[in-house]
Design a protein around this ligand. Structure first.
Ligand code: UD1
Ligand code: UDP
Length: 369
């Protein structure tokens, strides 16, 4: 049976690597006609080497069979290009199932094209909600969930969110592939441990920040306000800067920040894990980075007004601060002072990929018979 996977943005490469890595062992344990052949399509939403190629190399992800090269653009234009270029690929490949990850425009395009052909859709990271419809990602995930035949939820809360929208069929709580990825890659990340010395950082004596969401970057004053709050925290803060944020700062003529805040280019996944693990504090508007902070036991301040990863907040490890400088500074100071409580583990048991592959194979077999 054939599985067509659509990826396009940085976190999707990391998530897709988990399934691609599990696939050979899964196939080896199955009779030939129960095996899964994966065809990967890269939309080209992210294309800089440090936003795309570095993840394929570091995580040994097979070269995508199709590269659509859509590049950047306004939402309508970027998504339209994906729709136009994905349709002939899916028509030619005729997969049994299309698999999409997360909530990006690549996710939306993959699920829309597939469902109209029609090819069933499987959504990994289903059921997450911010309940903020001004977020493009919220629209992408709501639409994708409502189009999906298989919905792979990372948490119990995600299952509940879907049930509140009347989605109960095809829902599976499998755990979080990002948790599996973290466990697998932590030891391997030591190969890049030199990044600490390269950046002159001492374990436990610096903060790490990432900023890329529309709500933090649409107005340059919001980003500069956040950066000025970070500069007042009394410890060095390293910021691997997403190209969107770099472009906003450069266009506003404020791209050369000095002092304790250090803007650097995006880093590889293994470098990021090293920087996260040794940080005293993480400040971020990223979904993936919030969870990694929690799983690594590093206090986190979320630079947004809400989060989908509510378990990290309920456990006392994550403070949702918003984006105003005073609120960011106050939350960061509290996070630096207060001890975090014992952690639970709401993100699964490191077997999400095997669970997903098993359910996918059973589903495709039933559909064929
Ligand atoms: C996208 C996702 C977001 C996800 C993030 C992961 C959507 C709507 N948003 O946001 O959910 O958290 O990816 O990182 O899909 N750019 C480059 N080089 C690149 C990629 C982007 O310079 O390789 C710049 C371009 O100026 C582009 C901007 O970044 O316009 C934004 O890129 P885009 O893919 O549209 O959205 P992200 O902010 O990356
Ligand atoms: N990440 C990375 N290099 C960076 C910044 C982030 O490898 O310079 C990783 C991070 O560790 C996490 C994922 O990218 O695994 C999160 O992606 P991102 O913040 O772009 O998107 P989101 O999770 O918010 O959708």
């Amino acid at each position: 049976m054939k599985l067509l996977t659509v990826v396009g943005a940085r976190p999707q490469f990391i998530k897709a690597a988990v399934l691609s890595r599990a696939l050979p062992a899964f196939n080896a344990s199955r009779p030939r006609d129960h095996q899964i052949q994966e065809v990967m399509v890269h939309t080209g939403q992210h294309y800089d080497d440090n936003m795309s190629a570095v993840f394929f190399q570091e995580l040994n992800i097979p070269e995508p069979a199709h590269h659509l090269g859509v590049g950047s653009g306004p939402h309508g234009q970027q998504t339209a290009r994906m729709l136009e270029r994905l349709e002939p690929v899916m028509e030619r490949e005729r997969p049994d199932l299309v698999l999409v990850y997360g909530d990006t425009n690549s996710t939306l395009a993959g699920s829309l094209v597939a469902s109209k052909l029609p090819i069933p859709v499987a959504h990994v990271e289903a059921g997450l909600r911010s309940y903020n419809r001004t977020m493009p990602e919220e629209i992408n995930r709501v639409v994708t969930d409502h189009l999906s035949a298989l919905l792979f939820c990372p948490t119990d809360r995600a299952v509940k969110n879907l049930s509140c929208e009347g989605i109960v069929a095809g829902v599976h709580r499998v755990g979080d592939v990002m948790y599996d990825s973290l466990l697998y890659n932590l030891a391997r990340a030591d190969r890049r441990a030199g990044v600490m010395a390269e950046l002159g950082l001492q374990p436990g004596q610096y903060g790490l920040a990432t900023i890329h969401r529309a709500e933090s970057t649409d107005r340059p004053e919001t980003v500069t306000g956040i950066l000025s709050a970070l500069g007042r925290l009394g410890l060095p803060i390293v910021v691997p800067l997403h190209p969107r944020t770099r472009a906003v700062l450069d266009a506003a003529g404020v791209g050369h920040v000095t002092g304790p805040v250090r803007l650097i280019a995006p880093v590889s996944y293994h470098e990021m894990l090293i920087l996260e693990r040794h940080a005293r504090l993480i400040l971020t508007d990223s979904g993936g980075v919030q969870k990694e902070a929690f799983l690594l036991g590093v206090p986190c301040v979320t630079l947004r007004n809400e989060t989908e990863w509510v378990e990290t907040v309920e456990a006392g490890w994550n403070r949702v601060a918003g984006t105003t400088p005073d609120a960011v500074e106050a939350a960061a100071r509290l996070a630096l002072e207060e001890l975090c409580p014992e952690q639970g583990q709401p993100y699964g048991d490191d077997h999400a990929a095997d669970a997903i592959l098993g359910i996918v194979a059973d589903y495709c077999r039933k559909e064929r018979s």
